[in-house]
Design a protein around this ligand. Structure first.
Ligand SMILES: Cc1cc2nc3c(=O)[nH]c(=O)nc-3n(C[C@H](O)[C@H](O)[C@H](O)COP(=O)(O)OP(=O)(O)OC[C@H]3O[C@@H](n4cnc5c(N)ncnc54)[C@H](O)[C@@H]3O)c2cc1C
Length: 426
């Protein structure tokens, strides 16, 4: 009997250092690479789950994936709608004997996995989105330390060496010999250009996709930017103040493991300093927000988060809409919210400031803020988004409670000449 596999891409839109895809390609006689676009329903009032910036960046990433697969004599089938129903239909047509995909442990994606497993076709899933592998962790995930600093110290004391990447598949198995329509609309809008965008994804260099992600990493290293990262990372605008890895990481066009591996090679060659270490430190936050999902699961999505207190929220939709539109009357907040809406990106500093403002100054529901970020951010990542919102709201694992930012102080420190505000308000 032939091994006929459906490889369902999720947030791992790459061929290099994709262990799950490599395995699928080595073990299958016939391989169908698939991507299922979820229904883009509204997640709150008229907010679409995937806003125009995310749609465009995803389109670019899928185009590159398709090209890459084609260059290996394969292709990408794109379908829309309920992933389980789509897989069921396709499996019947091609007689699939196995389904393989990357594991995502956030609640909705877990539900998808359960429904796919119920189809009765063997399913294999792989955890591959963290920098550090689960089996390398010096603790059992169910008992991982709640506090980030303890988590980091345990990891650092083990002196984990980030593994070398898995290679590209040399050859891909053939596609099913059925009549399958592989063509898809590869166009994307080009009229969203903003000259001040800190991540100008409509410029060729910043398009979504694996080729660009790898080129960006090499360019970042070539400019020796890891040596100054810590000094610049809190700035509010510009292309080079932070790494800008996150949009490509969020779709898995590049793996966190490979980034860490290359940074280590850079340090071996050019020397390590506090700044180059700090990239690892931030990537470790990314891992931490992933791993706490193993421990706390759905609780991280409830109104009270991990707190035992009943968090009374008097959500005000009028305030929320002003925040979304950048019309709160607070210039720093309005500049930030306009940048987000116009470009799909916001610096980490501004994300913290606008999130704090929504929660503490406008008394709105933090979960609505998280939904707006989900819709808008081109680097939307379920774990990092939920984890950071909980952190600011003081409902996560941080023992110091929430983070309320004073906008006047932040303005003086990070935008003393009001350059950033003028960019977005004029
Ligand atoms: C309210 C709020 C929501 C956020 N939502 C997201 C999100 O949906 N997706 C996302 O990738 N990041 C999110 N972040 C984290 C952070 O703001 C972005 O990762 C960062 O700004 C991306 O730009 P960069 O790649 O240039 O970051 P850099 O400063 O260059 O950091 C390097 C990498 O480290 C990781 N990283 C850095 N800071 C954090 C952090 N606080 N938490 C987790 N990982 C981090 C990212 O993978 C990033 O690419 C959020 C932060 C806040 C305060």
């Amino acid at each position: 009997m032939k091994n006929i596999t459906i490889y369902c891409f999720r947030n791992d839109l790459r061929l290099f250092d994709n262990t799950a895809f490599l395995k699928a390609s080595l073990e299958s006689d016939v391989l169908l690479p698939l991507f299922c676009h979820p229904d883009n329903q509204s997640i709150y009032k008229n907010i679409q789950r995937v806003g125009i910036h995310r749609q465009t960046f995803l389109r670019q990433a899928l185009n590159q994936l398709k090209e890459n697969l084609k260059s290996h004599n394969s292709d990408l089938l794109e379908v829309h709608g309920n992933i389980c129903e789509q897989i069921k239909k396709i499996s019947e047509v091609i007689g699939a004997t196995k389904i393989i995909f990357e594991k995502i442990i956030s609640p909705e994606e877990q539900d998808e996995e359960i429904s796919i497993r119920s189809l009765g076709i063997p399913v294999e899933t792989f955890w591959q989105s963290s920098m550090i592998e689960v089996n390398e962790l010096p603790f059992d995930l169910k008992n991982m330390p709640d506090i980030f600093t303890e988590f980091r110290k345990l990891i650092e004391s083990k002196k984990i060496i980030v593994k070398a990447p898995t290679p590209l598949p040399e050859k891909l198995p053939p596609l099913p010999d059925k009549n399958i329509e592989f063509s898809s609309n590869t166009n994307f809008p080009t009229s969203l250009k903003y000259k001040h965008a800190s991540f100008p994804y409509l410029e060729n260099q910043f398009h979504g996709g694996e080729k660009n992600a790898l080129a960006h990493l090499e360019n970042y290293l070539l400019q020796k930017l890891p040596h100054t990262y810590k000094e610049t990372r809190n700035q509010l605008f510009g292309v080079n103040f932070s790494t800008k890895f996150s949009p490509w990481l969020s779709l898995g066009s590049i793996s966190a493991r490979y980034i860490a591996f290359r940074i280590k090679e850079f340090e071996d060659q050019h020397g390590a300093n506090e700044s180059s270490y700090w990239i690892w430190f931030e990537l470790l936050w990314r891992d931490y927000f992933r791993f706490i999902h193993f421990k706390f699961g759905k609780k991280l999505y409830s109104k009270n988060g991990l707190s035992n207190n009943n968090n009374l929220i008097n959500h005000n939709d009028e305030n929320f809409n002003k925040w979304i539109q950048g019309e709160t009357g607070n210039d720093l907040i309005d500049a930030g919210m306009k940048e987000l809406r116009f470009t799909g990106y916001l610096s980490n500093r501004m994300r913290q400031i606008v999130a704090s403002y929504l929660i503490y100054d406008l008394s709105c529901d933090w979960r609505k803020g998280a939904l707006w970020f989900e819709s808008q951010l081109i680097d939307y990542d379920v774990y990092s988004n939920q984890g950071n919102w909980l952190y600011i709201a003081g409902l996560g694992t941080d023992p110091r409670g929430g983070r309320k930012f004073n906008t006047k102080k932040q303005n003086l420190e990070y935008d003393p000449n009001n350059t950033y505000k003028k960019m977005w308000l004029n």
